[in-house]
Design a protein around this ligand. Structure first.
Ligand code: F6P
Ligand code: FE2
Length: 212
């Protein structure tokens, strides 16, 4: 008989953001996020109090990394701002850029900031009981715009991989999300540089499919 992977249920603890039966987890401390935020002076000023604190953490279930399988897990992100810019994840595009992802908001108020290879920007609020679909080819980063922890479930194809360099090479994402009048607002990142045509076609070319 074919030996199948054993099915499993993973209970999520909303107060801690932990997921039972996780196969792995990691934590990003504030000090790990140097260079992410526009206001470097504000980052330095926060380092003493915040340096060792966990900015966000992930617990995941990774059955395999085979094509056709799924990786899923939970991200918990603390609330906070560096200067006027809300706490966020590093952000990435999938190594296999045509692999999508979904997020499901479970606690708090988040945003999914997305950027296409050409530099189009989209923002989708991820509040509780909201499913956010990140289509193939979009760079994605989540942002906590609330006063409480943001807890989100994520799920993506197991062979996706993550490329974190694509954002750094462009001087950050094209938009930043900062505090505005009574809420958040999107502002242009003046350091952003467009990707060249060769890189863009390489991203699309990987899959041999033409995006819709
Ligand atoms: O990997 P990053 O960009 O640091 O952000 C963490 C989030 O993205 C993921 O890598 C999933 O793509 C999760 O681990 C988590 O939701
Ligand atoms: Fe992803």
């Amino acid at each position: 008989m074919t030996r199948l992977f054993e099915p499993i249920g993973c209970k999520v603890d909303l107060s801690t953001g932990a997921m039972a039966n996780a196969t792995g987890s990691y934590q990003k401390r504030f000090r790990d996020l140097d260079g992410l935020y526009a206001d470097a002076a504000a980052f330095e000023a926060m380092r003493a109090a915040w340096g060792e604190r966990i900015a966000y953490e992930v617990s995941e279930f990774r059955p395999t990394e085979q094509s056709g399988d799924l990786i899923f897990g939970v991200t918990r992100m603390a609330p906070g701002k560096v200067g006027d810019e809300y706490f966020m994840t590093r952000g990435h595009i999938h190594n296999q850029a045509d692999r999508p992802e979904i997020y499901y908001g479970q606690k708090g108020h988040g945003l999914m900031l997305m950027e296409s290879p050409e530099g189009e920007v989209r923002i989708v609020p991820v509040d509780t009981q909201t499913v956010c679909y990140v289509p193939p080819f979009w760079i994605h980063r989540s942002i906590n715009v609330g006063d409480d922890d943001l807890v989100m479930l994520f799920c993506y194809p197991a062979d996706s991989g993550q490329d974190y360099e694509i954002i750094a090479r462009s001087g950050g994402m094209r938009s930043r999300v900062v505090a505005g009048d009574g809420g958040w607002k999107e502002v242009d990142n003046p350091d952003w540089r467009p990707r060249d045509a060769k890189l863009i076609s390489a991203l699309y070319g990987q899959s041999g499919t033409v995006p819709a």
